[in-house]
Write a protein that binds this ligand. Structure first.
Ligand SMILES: Nc1ncnc2c1ncn2[C@@H]1O[C@H](COP(=O)(O)OP(=O)(O)OP(=O)(O)O)[C@@H](O)[C@H]1O
Length: 592
């Protein structure tokens, strides 16, 4: 048994003992902490992991609470039947709101969550059937095997179970293929989609999941209080849940419990002491919360849980036993035409960034796409990878027209890429980063991940990622955090991540940018080795040192047009190319 596991067992035993040993008043507080933490676990997934800030989680909690309140008091339903009904209602509201708002970027989405958070609050308060602002009373207690959970001590066990299952499910999810995709979404959809993730669908799924967790908390809240009114589901409550997430550590599942415990406990204590200190009645605790959040953001930006993690023993890293490999792609024979660009044009307003460019790439070769700054290389890269579709012309891959396909669809056909500006998940290990590359080779969805039923596939992904890390020379560092790597190694890690996708074609976007001479030479060696192993590579590069000694053929672009095409020797001798490089001889010497 490792120390972390022992500690977890001790924590669980302590949690189970607390409802019995604490005074009754504190048990009631504990129940609230557990219920609020269940809402915050959803916020951790939504805001901390995926990066979607929501002020509206309290409103979803209200949807769950009011559904059970209405069904149990007015329709005579059993609370246990009202729970799935409440989850369906909450899930449907979230799904519709998600479809309407989750395409928004930047600050528009948080604004939208404020808008519907307020709307739902007023729906609760202004609907006579929901009791208006007075609310609904006489909600029946929950009963288990004929035993009424009227005492907070008994209820605490149910709240513990709900939070335990929610937290465990969230942890399982985060250690899965879907969880890695969620983390990749944080920086925007570019990386996730490049590896085949449908980013909008995943955002909607996480949004609904977080709402369901709030709906479950609402059901518990309604039956613990035995009455509901709109106040606990207001925008202010939604903001307090965000405070809890931020203070506890919005990127950490158990930070939800820490944040909920601190804010809820502090609120009770401050409500007792502040009026006495200040000599007046009022919600002074909210001012203290504001200061607390500002201090947290200033001194512990990732919240308090990571500070705790530093002193806690870490779980040992262990690989799952491999029970079968991921399906592999059949590769075309060397020399087969793989990628063909025909008369591609990309127009940005009045500017033709790519103007009637055609070239072909065959299996087994390294083709370099070079050109001075602003020549249109990145734009061409985006046309091929589906990030930006061509205005006219045609791009085909393995005989299929991919001109109008999305980045994810093109990736699934066998094209994997790296990024000009490294896009890794620094807080994850090299192994987990590399596993992201295999997203499209897996199938397990969100439900299987929540229930931990995808371990066989996860094991296959782990071992494939390890093989690719070893292939590029990073095997020894597999369990190091990616954020600790030097830039050269980070670029190599991106190559490994792309290789985990088992690509037919590897596209590298300026892989030598920012590297030292030695790192560039190592990278060139690696790419030569990969070519010898049959990997086809399209290299968009600026750096002549790297390109000339490495590629089989070159396409040179200038001002959006194709200037020349040929072997490195032919390109070196090409007068127009020499001129385009502004007096710098492409052999590396200064032109007299
Ligand atoms: N989204 C865009 N909107 C408008 N103009 C753009 C856009 N993207 C690129 N351009 C313009 O298209 C031209 C080609 O740019 P591109 O980034 O493709 O060149 P590049 O060869 O990759 O240059 P570099 O080596 O500096 O990255 C430039 O003039 C650039 O300003």
């Amino acid at each position: 048994m490792n120390a972390r596991l022992i500690l977890s067992v001790v924590a669980v035993v302590l949690a189970l003992a607390l409802p019995l040993i604490l005074p009754l008043f504190q048990v009631t507080l504990l129940v609230n902490i557990l219920i609020f933490a269940t809402v915050v676990v959803g916020l951790v997934l939504l805001t901390g992991i995926v990066g979607l800030t929501s002020f509206g989680q309290a409103a979803f909690m209200g949807a769950g609470a009011y559904t059970t309140a209405v069904l149990t008091t007015q329709a005579g339903w059993s609370p246990w039947l009202a729970l799935p009904a409440g989850l369906v209602v909450t899930g449907l509201i979230a799904w519709v709101l998600g479809l309407l708002t989750l395409r928004m970027q930047g600050h528009y989405l948080p604004l939208a969550t404020i808008a519907w958070g307020m709307s739902l609050y007023y729906v609760f308060g202004n609907t006579p059937a929901l009791g208006g602002f007075t609310g609904l009373t006489n909600i029946p207690p929950l009963s288990v095997f004929g035993l009424d959970l009227t005492s907070p001590r008994a209820f605490a066990y149910l709240a513990l179970l709900a939070l335990g299952l929610t937290g465990l499910g969230a942890q399982f999810l985060l250690s899965s293929r879907t969880g890695r995709a969620m983390r990749a979404l944080r920086g925007g959809p570019l990386v996730a989609e490049a590896f085949g993730v449908n980013s909008f669908r995943l955002r909607v799924q996480v949004f609904v999941l977080a709402a369901l967790m709030a709906g479950l908390a609402g059901w518990l809240y309604a039956h613990s209080q035995r009455f509901v009114n709109p106040t606990p589901f207001s925008l202010q409550a939604g903001i307090e849940y965000l405070f809890m997430a931020v203070v506890g550590g919005s990127g950490f599942v158990w930070g939800a419990l820490l944040g909920s415990g601190l804010i809820t406990g502090l609120r009770e204590w401050l409500r007792d002491v502040l009026p006495g200190l200040i000599g007046a009645q009022g919600n002074f605790e909210v001012i203290v919360f504001g200061v607390l959040v500002i201090l947290t953001l200033q001194f512990a930006r990732r919240g308090l849980w990571p500070l705790l993690e530093r002193v806690l023993p870490q779980a040992p890293v262990r690989l799952l036993p491999e029970r079968g490999r991921l399906p592999a792609r059949e590769k075309p024979a060397p020399g087969t035409p793989l990628l063909s660009v025909e008369h591609a044009v990309k127009q940005f307003g009045g500017l033709r960034a790519v103007n009637d460019v055609s070239f072909e790439l065959r299996a087994g070769e390294i083709l370099g796409l070079i050109g001075p700054n602003g020549a249109g290389k990145s734009t061409m890269f985006n046309l091929v990878t589906g990030v930006n579709p061509a205005t006219s012309g045609r791009v085909s891959f393995m005989g299929r027209d991919i001109t109008r396909l999305t980045a994810g669809q093109i990736h699934r056909l066998g094209l994997a890429r790296t990024f000009q500006h490294v896009h890794l998940l620094p807080e994850l290990s090299l192994l987990q980063n590399a596993m992201m590359g295999g997203y499209a080779r897996g199938r397990a969805g969100m439900l299987a991940s929540l229930l931990h039923l995808e371990r066989r596939e996860e094991a296959a992904l782990q071992h494939e990622a390890l093989r690719q890390l070893e292939r590029v020379g990073l095997g020894e560092l597999a369990h190091t955090l990616a954020g600790n790597l030097a830039l050269g190694q980070q670029r190599v890690l991106e190559v490994a991540r792309a290789l985990v996708a088992d690509p037919t074609l590897l596209l590298l976007d300026e892989p030598a940018a920012g590297l030292r001479y030695g790192e560039k030479m190592d990278l060139a060696d690696l790419l030569r080795r990969l070519r010898a192993e049959g990997v086809t590579i399209l290299l968009v590069e600026h750096d002549m040192d790297l390109v000339m000694g490495l590629v089989d053929r070159l396409v040179v672009m200038n001002y959006g047009e194709k200037l020349a095409e040929g072997s490195p020797a032919e390109i070196r001798a090409h007068p127009a190319v020499r001129e385009a490089y502004l007096g710098v001889d492409v052999s590396g010497e200064e032109v007299a």
